[in-house]
Design a protein around this ligand. Structure first.
Ligand SMILES: O=C(O)Cc1cc(O)ccc1O
Ligand SMILES: [Fe+2]
Length: 458
């Protein structure tokens, strides 16, 4: 059969996906496995069990309602009782308070955290640690920002996050994620969203791996409105890829389900794989997105656009225009503004900004912000370009020609909630305690003589 245009695309190299954001989709690993005309027949095709997963309350308005139906070999309830995981994890937080985190308005920056090597291999679950966050998964309002460093695949176990949705940003090493809806292959430069409640298992085919995770409680990611931009631009719905049904049958003795519930981990044993869904349909499913597909917008005459112009996904609050968490990127793009200071402006923001770097450099920092590193500028904490960036920009002056920033992919998790910081992050050996030095050298360019000359001319 001749190759379809989509199959020539590099994302389709290995796996085939469904596409679209928030669509109602359906997929059968075996033809005829999806019941027709109803969701819950007395007997499902092939003797499968019908099971619904709800991502919103049953009564959520239709445009916000998320649910899917899975047709599986055994229902997911077929397991022994949950018990606290031993050893307990200890570095995951889902309700931020003074027993597990502290608060500081200081500008924070971290070098990339070392990836474990040597005799104690670490998988995605053990390698995940909370950096900061706010609110509570119990109260269904808030977020947590985690990072992971790991070097081995999860074996005979799956994670289920009852607390919220994970938005995973791999920085080093691919992630092969098996989910109940099927498989996702995610490379650095792509992101994956694992919505609340889905069971998934992460393989690390490249060994040592590192990345960032934003977790949101009580809501889901949406595509941002485009307003006057129009009907196209930024992230296109068709570029979001959803797995096709994939299942495994047979016994898997000692299989462990790890349930993250209220920031704590619980385990339950079962003797079969949770990835036993032969067919599914609905609009609640994991997905991935390749950031290089993003169509960025920017100023074409003067001044610097606010970073919201490049929002990939947004998790809303009930207040219009106020995000629980925006995922914003700073992709390769042309800078063309005339008589304009082109790097990010100096600013204080009522929202809090956590930033990471996937590869390359970041336009506001000449040094010290490295791929795999991170920074946090909390609510109203001043920040902006470092001294080197400021001086280099001014030195170039008005002669700056249109210029393309290449080989870069920085991102920001921006939230209206003020983050508390976990002590292991604040006291981390990777914390850059000299971060403030990058601005200390900013000197006054104020020339009172110019005012005197002008005043004399009046
Ligand atoms: O602080 C940052 O580097 C992120 C950022 C970038 C930008 O172009 C404008 C505002 C902003 O907060
Ligand atoms: Fe900022």
């Amino acid at each position: 059969m001749a190759a379809q245009p989509d199959q020539l695309d590099s994302s389709f190299n290995d796996l085939d996906y469904l596409s679209g954001f928030g669509n109602s989709l359906e997929s059968e690993a075996i033809a005829g496995a999806l019941p027709r005309g109803q969701n819950s027949p007395l007997l499902c095709p092939y003797g499968l069990y019908a099971e619904q997963i709800s991502g919103t309350s049953f009564t959520a308005p239709r445009k916000l309602n998320h649910r899917s139906w899975m047709y599986r070999i055994k229902p997911s309830v077929t397991h022994e009782p949950f018990a606290p995981r031993s050893p307990s994890h200890g570095k995951l937080v889902s309700e931020f308070n003074d027993s597990n985190s502290v608060t500081t308005p200081t500008q924070l920056r971290w070098r990339p955290v070392d990836i474990p090597d040597g005799p104690t291999p670490t998988d995605f679950v053990d390698g995940l640690f909370t950096v900061c966050g706010a609110g509570s998964s119990f109260l269904r309002h808030g977020y947590a920002i985690h990072m992971y460093t790991a070097n081995k695949s999860m074996e005979n176990c799956a994670l289920c996050n009852a607390d919220g949705d994970f938005l995973i940003v791999p920085q080093k090493g691919r992630l092969w994620i098996t989910t109940e809806c099927g498989k996702l292959h995610v490379s650095p430069g792509e992101i994956a969203v694992l919505p609340q409640g889905f069971r998934f298992s992460v393989e690390m085919p490249d060994g040592p791996s590192r990345g960032y995770v934003a977790e949101i409680f009580g809501t889901h990611f949406q595509l941002p409105d485009l307003g006057p931009i129009g009907a196209n631009g930024l992230a296109a719905s068709r570029d979001f890829l959803v797995p096709k049904a994939w299942f495994e049958d047979g016994m898997r003795p000692g299989y462990t389900i790890v349930q993250k519930y209220g920031g704590e981990l619980f385990t339950a044993k079962q003797d079969f794989s949770p990835f036993n869904v032969v067919a599914w349909h609905g609009n609640y499913a994991p997905y991935k997105y390749d950031l290089s597909k993003f169509c960025p917008y920017n100023t074409v005459l003067v001044d610097h656009s606010d970073p919201s112009i490049n929002t990939v996904l947004t998790a809303p609050t009930d207040k219009p225009g106020v995000a629980l968490l925006d995922f914003v990127i700073f992709p390769p793009r042309w800078l063309v503004a005339e008589h304009t200071f082109r790097p990010p402006y100096y600013h204080r923001n009522c929202m809090s900004e956590f930033m990471g770097l996937i590869h390359g450099g970041y336009e506001a920092k000449a040094d010290g912000f490295l791929p795999g590193g991170a920074s946090l500028h909390s609510c109203m904490t001043p920040h902006g370009p470092d001294t080197k960036t400021y001086e280099a920009t001014i030195a170039l002056g008005d002669e700056a020609k249109p210029h393309k920033i290449n080989n870069t992919m920085a991102f920001m998790f921006e939230s209206c909630l003020m983050p508390r910081i976990c002590l292991w992050a604040l006291n981390s050996p990777f914390r850059d305690h000299d971060y403030y030095q990058c601005w200390i050298g900013l000197k006054s360019h104020f020339k009172l003589e110019d005012a005197a000359v002008q005043n004399a001319q009046i």
